[in-house]
Design a protein around this ligand. Structure first.
Ligand SMILES: [Zn+2]
Length: 193
């Protein structure tokens, strides 16, 4: 009984981790983050940041492509290896694909969307224009909102999601937090990401 449970569980965990590979690893390479201040400091709203939001959106959806790996392995395992291990992989990978697709259809927002990038672009445009909040507008994305560094005015009420920077809470805690939040902003814990 316990052995069966363990087989199913390891298949499920394996599938879960594989589908999160793009989001957990790719953006965290050091050379990819040199233009950003270290986590969890506020990030200046510029074209680098907007580009990053779009990249995070890609990584989020890339999970569906990565789900093909556990779906394939799970299928092979169902026929030739441990059926429970395969079933565990199938359930998790299948669930991920289903939930992302249904969320997309029902219009539920991913942590990083094109709309979010456009809202940030808008903040940047206004700060560069004559309608800016103050003469030296410096929009910074803090934990819960975008705020001007010079005058302190809140420019956009938008909690900051995970931006793919290497995490200040270290690999293990950062990893756990990302696994739980799936990259969404976690404002309740009064800390970013
Ligand atoms: Zn200002």
């Amino acid at each position: 009984m316990w052995l069966e449970f363990f087989e199913f569980f390891s298949g499920a965990v394996m599938a879960y981790l594989i589908t999160r590979i793009p989001f957990l690893t790719f953006p965290r390479v050091k050379s990819w983050n040199e233009q950003f201040p270290p986590h969890p400091e506020p990030v200046y709203v510029d074209s680098h940041l907007i580009q990053r939001v779009l990249h995070m959106r890609t990584f989020y959806w890339l999970a569906i492509v990565f789900a093909l790996i556990p779906l394939t392995f799970g299928w092979v395992s169902l026929g030739h290896g441990s059926a429970l291990f395969g079933f565990g992989m199938w359930s998790v990978a299948g669930w991920l694909v289903l939930s992302r697709v249904t969320a997309f259809i029902s219009g539920e927002e991913a942590p990083a969307t094109k709309q979010l990038a456009m809202r940030l672009q808008n903040v940047k445009n206004i700060s560069d224009s004559e309608e800016s909040c103050c003469p030296f507008a410096q929009p910074m994305w803090e934990v819960t909102s975008v705020r001007c560094k010079s005058c302190g005015k809140i420019l956009l009420m938008e909690p900051r999601p995970d931006l793919g920077r290497p995490r200040s809470d270290g690999w293990i805690m950062g990893f756990v937090r990302l696994i739980i939040s799936d990259g969404r902003a976690m404002i309740s814990s009064d800390e970013e990401e």
